[in-house]
Design a protein around this ligand. Structure first.
Ligand SMILES: Cc1cc2nc3c(=O)[nH]c(=O)nc-3n(C[C@H](O)[C@H](O)[C@H](O)COP(=O)(O)O)c2cc1C
Length: 178
């Protein structure tokens, strides 16, 4: 059996990101896998830039998506929507030839400071990915609310409940991607 390839995508660029921590917790829960973490530090989508050729960083992201057996996306919530960073990456990915997200088993998770854990952003991410044809898992959403208080210094989750929910979702992802 070949080792599955996982692509992790965090919608937050900041070093101390709760979403990147949650993403890493999900990847750790997945177990044996070849892991890549996408770099969403991309230029802003601009049709004029695209007309000169898809930027190398976007081509790389597209290739990572194509190569992945499964994708995990952790999305923050900004003003009741997804981060501009994540939306920009999805917009660029949709312009890479080959319909890169189509059929990809994709788990959505999120961490946000508010009481819903970024539920509105979660549904917005689902909408965008449904447009791109991704096979978004229908597991109960793991959305870490009040996220600033929910992670240990080493980035692991404090709450056993959140960890158990994450483990359950990751089991479903693993079963669809191997
Ligand atoms: C511009 C901006 C808008 C935000 N809007 C929301 C929001 O609508 N809902 C919410 O729960 N948190 C909101 N927050 C707080 C974020 O959830 C919090 O900063 C979170 O930690 C960001 O994710 P990160 O830790 O992965 O960077 C907002 C933060 C910023 C910077």
């Amino acid at each position: 059996m070949t080792t599955p390839k996982i692509l992790g995508i965090s919608g937050s660029l900041r070093a101390g990101s709760n979403n990147t921590m949650l993403l890493k917790a999900a990847i750790a829960s997945y177990g044996a896998a070849e892991v890549e973490i996408a770099d969403l530090n991309l230029p802003l989508y601009d049709g004029d830039l695209e007309a000169k050729g898809i930027p190398d960083a976007v081509t790389k992201l597209g290739a990572q998506i194509v190569a992945a057996d499964a994708i995990i996306i952790a999305s923050p919530e900004y003003n009741k929507g997804i981060s501009g960073v994540l939306k920009n990456a999805l917009d660029w990915a949709s312009r890479v030839p080959g319909d890169v997200f189509r059929g990809k088993p994709t788990l959505l998770i999120g961490a946000a400071a508010g009481r819903t854990g970024g539920e509105t952003a979660y549904f917005m991410t689902r909408n965008c990915l449904s447009q791109l044809g991704a096979a978004v898992l229908a597991t109960p959403a793991v959305l870490v609310a009040g996220s600033y208080a929910e992670f240990n210094e080493d980035g692991t989750l404090k709450s056993e409940q959140y960890q158990e929910s994450l483990d359950k979702s990751v089991v479903v992802l693993r079963s669809t991607s191997v």
